[in-house]
Design a protein around this ligand. Structure first.
Ligand code: FUB
Length: 495
């Protein structure tokens, strides 16, 4: 089977392609897509049932509300592109699903559709449901399961959603599929999106990103072992120039997932790159959308979790910049089932980007009256604190935190107490031997809001205590353990 080499523009045999490690497995991705397709086609019978289920699925409008990192708990999400539309943040991620009979390939990425999520406060995310699925795209292989990282931009009253997908063989003149880039168009950021009947003529690749420059010219970036850029015509669905490989980027180690943006006249080309073992987020700076770019630094180091991929976007919303990215929080043992996250991002005076340290706390100001998930902490003491799933059989329930050493503490930043009308605090907790905790504001030895005795027992319960002090405005919370006893906490809520 042949594959188009973007650089030479020649079809090359898969056997002569360089094998690249891509997390679990050790083959280059285009090669794997071809093999995925062959294997999946053998399972088409089961696939019919699945498609039926999917077509019912898209009829329903789903709403989900979650907070902190990861942003979405009720499904796997990856490759988040965040955009500001109509005064809200919209996140267009890809959607990892577990492989199943006739559904993708075990131990690999399996992705058949895209959802879009929106939020005003970056805490409560609304799932607008499926916006594009492989079986509704004429040119895409309905058994491809490789709808990888997408993007969405707004131009002249329309929303253009760009996505990669393995093409049906006939789309490439019988030469055997390959990943192409498609566009779906809508009047609203959440759809309904109508996919174009053909992919964009020209590029074969993945991870599209579109930058609309200040003069209105749109540029399409994408990757295929290297990063390419081409101008888009005003219709946003055709190229207006031949794709050029962007020069002076790292050549050793996989590079992909381009995300380009402009700030104060500086053009940033940001990308995941395997400099060592797994992907880290790096960037280059330039003076035009097409470069030349100078490799400048690292935005986020390799994940401590070992997640092989990272994929990101950078957006300014209400005067604050954010990095959206992914990790494998909900699936520690399998890094192809990922979850999207967000953290604050900022710049130095000279325009360089300050490194972002991933947090569980994430972004947004949490209302004191909400169920504050303190296991999504901002900081913890060096000893006596551990975090684990509340229910390993259903990880969507989230996490709990265990405090086990006297004076162990956990800090959760940015809680909004409003106008001092709160009287008591509820804590969902359990302690097999009984224990007591204190809730302080701002620091571990800051004013005590409440001391809470947790009775001995093995069942989770909600303990309540009157507030000793009533704060107003936004504060950090610190929960300390008073004695050396094991106390587990799920959430804290003031009323
Ligand atoms: O999600 C599938 C692929 O993994 C993306 O297209 C890459 O950027 C990497 O995140």
């Amino acid at each position: 089977m042949a594959w188009l080499d973007q650089k030479s523009k020649q079809f090359i045999d898969k056997k002569v392609q360089t094998a690249k490690n891509y997390g679990t497995g050790s083959l280059s991705r285009p090669w794997l897509i071809q093999n995925d397709l062959r294997m999946i086609r053998g399972n088409m019978k089961n696939h019919t049932l699945h498609l039926l289920a999917l077509s019912f699925g898209v009829l329903f409008f789903v709403t989900a509300t979650f907070a902190q990192n990861p942003l979405i708990l009720d499904q796997f999400t990856a490759d988040p592109t965040a955009r500001v539309f109509e005064g809200k943040i919209y996140v267009y991620p890809s959607h990892d699903i577990p492989a199943g009979p006739g559904k993708g390939r075990a131990n690999w990425f399996v992705m058949e559709d895209y959802h879009v999520f929106s939020s005003e406060n970056l805490l409560d995310w609304k799932d607008h449901g499926v916006i594009v699925s492989q079986d509704k795209v004429d040119w895409a292989d309905a058994a491809g399961y490789a709808m990888w990282a997408p993007d969405c931009v707004f131009k002249k009253g329309k929303y253009y959603f760009y996505f990669p997908a393995p093409a049906k063989a006939e789309t490439t003149g019988g030469r055997g599929g390959g990943s192409r880039i498609g566009v779906a168009i809508a009047d609203k950021p959440y759809g309904p999106f109508k996919p174009e009947t053909k992919p964009i003529e020209g590029p074969m690749g993945i991870d599209p990103c579109v930058l609309i420059d200040k003069d209105g010219t749109a540029y399409l970036y994408y990757s295929m072992s290297r990063i390419f850029v081409a101008k888009l015509k005003d219709n946003m669905v055709e190229l207006d120039s031949k794709p050029q490989e962007i020069q002076n980027l790292p050549t050793a180690g996989l590079i992909e997932g381009p995300f380009a943006f402009e700030r104060n006249g500086i053009y940033y080309l940001t990308y995941p790159h395997v400099a060592n073992k797994t992907e880290r987020l790096e960037y280059a700076m330039g003076k035009s959308p097409t470069g030349p770019f100078t490799v400048t630094g690292v935005i986020m180091d390799e994940s401590a979790s070992g997640c092989w991929t990272n994929h990101h976007s950078i957006v300014e919303y209400k005067g604050q910049w954010y990095l959206f990215y992914h990790d494998k929080d909900m699936s520690p043992e399998f890094d192809k089932n990922r979850s999207i996250k967000a953290d604050y991002l900022s710049f130095n005076e000279d325009g360089t980007i300050k490194k972002v340290i991933p947090t569980h706390r994430g972004v947004g100001i949490v209302a004191a009256k909400s169920k504050i998930q303190i296991d999504r902490y901002s900081a913890i003491s060096n000893e006596g604190v551990s975090v684990s799933f509340l229910n390993d059989a259903n990880r969507r329930e989230g996490w709990k935190i265990s405090l086990s050493e006297k004076n162990a503490w956990i800090q959760f930043n940015k809680v909004d107490f409003g106008k001092s009308d709160l009287k008591s605090v509820n804590v969902r907790c359990v302690s097999s031997a009984g224990g007591s905790i204190a809730i302080h504001i701002d620091k571990a030895d800051g004013p005590v809001l409440a001391k809470i005795e947790i009775g001995k027992g093995f069942e989770w319960k909600v303990a309540n205590s009157k507030l000793a002090a009533v704060p107003s405005g936004v504060h950090d919370l610190v929960v300390t353990l008073n004695e050396k006893n094991n106390v587990e906490l799920d959430w804290v809520s003031f009323e």
